[in-house]
Every structure is written in C-alpha cells, then in structure tokens.
Design a protein around this ligand. Structure first.
Ligand SMILES: [Zn+2]
Ligand SMILES: [Zn+2]
Length: 447
C-alpha cells in the first residue's frame, strides 16, 4: 500500500507545484487498484496496537458474519469540533477508529476527547475526504496517538493540508488503504463496516468521491455520510438501506439529505456536525425540514455538544454533552419495520414529542405552541427561531399542561409571552422552528 501512498503524495505535490486549482483528473486512482494489506508494519512501539492486531482490511464484499449483538457496547460519538466532522467509533471489542478529525483548530479538542475516553492509540483512522474541516485536526491527532491503519478516499487534491497528512502517514509508517464501494473494513468482528463510496470508477468532484461508511452492529446501524451531497446520494442509492442513525451529510447543507435519500435511509436519529454561527448557514432550513418530514430526531453539535450513540445491537441510547442526563433508551424495531411504523420508536412516549407549533401569524406577529400529549411538558431551555435563525427565543420556566397552548408575541402582537418589541416574522413568508432543550428540532410551521 505504500506504493499507492507515494503515488497520491507525488500527485498532490505535482498539482501543488503546478499551482493547479482544477480538480483532480482522477487518473491517479486507476494506477493502483490492488490492495496490499501486509505491506508494512507500523513500527510504533508504545502503542496498544502492538498487543492487539491492527484492523485487517478486507478487500472484498464478503460478510463479516452474524453480529453477536449484546456481547458489548458499540459507541459512536460525533465530537463537537465546531464547523467540521470528527466521529469516534469505539467497538464492543475495545477497538477504536476515528473518522475525520475536524479542522486544524479542532485538533487539540479531538486529542482531548480521545484522552478523556482513556484512548492512547487508534486502531484505525479515516479521512472521508481531503477538505480541511475534516482532516486539519489529524496533524494534532497523528502527533499524539499511534495509528494502526489509515483509510483514505484516495481523491488527490491540491491542498497543503492533505499533502502534510500524507507526508505524516508516510513518515510514521502508518499502513494506508483506499477502500472502494462494495468492500468492508474489519475493525472488530462484531461490527460490520461497509464501504459505500468511493466508486472504483471515480467521478471528478471531491464530494462525489468521498469515503462513505455504514456500520452495523446487530439491529442498529450508522451511516457516516461525510460531506455527501445529492449527486452521491443518488449514485449509491442501490446500496443504501434503512439505517438507525445518520451522521447528516455536509453539515446540513441545502444540497444534501434529499427526500429520496431520506426515504430510503429512514433514520430514526440524525446528527448534524456543525459550528455555531458558521458563515455557511449550516444547517439549512431546507435540510432540517426534510429531516423533520421523515420524523428523524435531530441532534446538532452546535447546540448539544458531542452526541454519543451507545448500543448493544438491540437498543440504543443517545447522550448529549450539554444535556448529559437526557438520555433515551429506544427499542429498535425489527429491521423489516414497515415505513408507516418507523416512528413508533420515537421518544414520543415522554410527552415532549407531542409538542408542536400549531399556529404562525406573520402579520399578527404571534406563534402558538401546543402540547397535544397527555402529560405536562416543561419548555425550559426550548428554543423558537425564525427562518435562518435571525431571531431566537429561549423559553424559561414555562410548563405546558396536557392540551395546553402558549402564544409568543413579537412586534405589536399580543400573547402569553412577549418575545421582543421588534418584528420577527417576514410577512412575505417565513417558517417557525421549535427546538427542545437537547437542541433537537421538534416542530416547524410555515406562515
Ligand atoms: Zn465539511
Ligand atoms: Zn467537504
């Protein structure tokens, strides 16, 4: 595999020297499609990878066998790295894999998150693609932790960050692989990791040639969509399956997370890795409303901090950093669950799922929130925003009794709660968004 690393590295150097800003031709990818899993040893001495075999790479689509669910806990943490991605996988057998490391500034955050979990080495690391908000943090991570194997999309791009990453991988003798769709990554025999992208035949756009992984452990599965946009969603449509947890593509951008994609994936939990107040407008109202339309429970790292899903293969628990106690143990329906019953496992039983925006009067400057459930719900910490979150109202101690409503007024409007004297709502059309205390979108209403 070293030969392939060199080829990519040379290619990156060449396009950097040439000052070429056009995307890769992709021709480098065809040079070495073969995978050599035994090429080099790590040579790192102090790592626990010395005592535990580094993950072997399965160059083929063969199954890793049935998952002995219940034998241990799989933890997938979407780390709060601001605007970027970094996902930590801790397998039931104690193996660790990091998928992306945030941007350069997030490096120390990722290092601290790994240390806080008692991790001293990584069995595997991966880069979904070479954008800085996904690989920048690897400079810090690779300087602090021995890594058994590095998985890369193999899409060479003119970026000094990417060049530095490849150089470090080379200098540290980390085994390097560029898996393609249809193959699997063996981290832990209990967890199947399917590679859904990139294709062996590359397209010529970095987000279309990303490394996209799907993990499954018993009945619970995870789709790590990187910065996948609609094009790639459509391209891999045939290999998509219903998946419990979706790491939402491209930080909730408008061109990701299409309805067609969501209708196939039918995620129960959607996690958006996004920086507060980012300049891209992520996550977009469009992506959020599409996620809401399929009933996914949305978590955002800008609001909830690090979001961790723990599972024994049968049930799963979502834990958020900033609301540490608000965990939910959700039974997972059978994998054959019909579309119409997908939402029966949503946390509506708590009563909070029955709270919704029931009216939005743009001209009258009022919005009404109603508890349609059978038990009282505290709205403390819940948030109401307009489109684009130009204005936000955070509820204090309001508790809505079963069947109760509260009207929040702005401008000249009148209601139970006065939000602000200025007008909030755009009379030409606006949407109200209601988030619960965990930062999850629970209701939207167009006015
Ligand atoms: Zn990104
Ligand atoms: Zn990207």
């Amino acid at each position: 595999m070293r030969r392939y690393l060199f080829i990519i590295l040379l290619f990156v150097c060449a396009i950097l020297i040439a000052g070429c800003t056009s995307p890769s031709t992709g021709s480098d990818r065809t040079l070495s499609p073969t995978l050599d899993v035994t090429a080099t040893s790590t040579g790192t001495a102090t790592s626990s990878t010395a005592s535990t075999p580094a993950p072997t790479y399965t160059a083929g689509g063969t199954t890793s066998g049935s998952s002995p669910a219940g034998a241990g806990t799989l933890r997938v943490s979407v780390l709060d790295v601001g605007q970027g991605d970094s996902i930590l996988i801790q397998s039931p057998g104690g193996k660790t894999m990091l998928v992306d490391a945030g941007d350069g500034d997030a490096g120390p955050t990722v290092v601290a998150a790994l240390r806080a979990r008692g991790i001293t080495s990584l069995d595997a690391a991966a880069a979904s693609h070479a954008h800085a908000d996904h690989i920048g943090g690897y400079a810090a991570v690779l300087s602090q932790f021995p890594v058994g194997r590095f998985y890369d999309s193999g899409y060479a791009t003119a970026s000094s960050t990417y060049e530095r990453l490849l150089t470090t991988i080379d200098e540290k003798n980390i085994r390097f692989s560029t898996p393609t769709a249809g193959q699997t990554i063996d981290l832990d025999p209990a967890v199947r990791i399917d590679v859904l992208s990139p294709d062996a035949t590359p397209s010529k756009e970095i987000h279309d040639d990303m490394l996209v992984l799907r993990l499954s452990y018993g009945k619970v599965s995870f789709l790590l969509a990187g910065d996948m946009a609609e094009d790639l969603e459509a391209r891999i449509a045939t290999s998509l399956r219903s998946t419990t947890v979706l790491k939402v593509g491209h930080h909730g951008s408008r061109t990701s997370t299409s309805t067609a994609f969501l209708n196939t994936v039918r995620a129960e939990v959607a996690i958006i890795s996004v920086g507060a107040g980012n300049s891209y407008g992520h996550p977009t109202a469009q992506a959020l409303s599409r996620l809401q339309a399929v009933g996914a429970k949305v978590y955002r790292t800008d609001q909830a901090g690090t979001v961790t899903v723990s599972t024994d293969g049968n049930t799963y628990t979502v834990t958020t950093e900033r609301t540490g106690s608000s965990t939910q143990a959700l039974p997972v329906a059978t994998t054959q669950r019909p579309a119409s019953s997908v939402r029966t496992t949503a946390p509506a039983s708590s009563g909070a799922g029955a709270v919704a925006i029931t009216a939005l009067d743009l001209k009258g400057e009022t919005v009404t929130v109603t508890n349609g459930g059978t038990s009282a719900v505290s709205l403390a910490g819940w948030r109401l925003t307009d489109e684009g979150a130009k204005h936000a109202y955070t509820f204090a101690g309001t508790t809505l009794p079963a069947g109760g409503s509260v009207t929040i007024a702005s401008g000249d409007g009148s209601g139970d709660i006065k939000w602000k004297n200025a007008n909030v709502w755009n009379n030409d059309g606006d949407t109200a968004y209601l988030y619960n205390a965990a930062g999850s979108l629970v209701s939207t209403r167009k006015g």
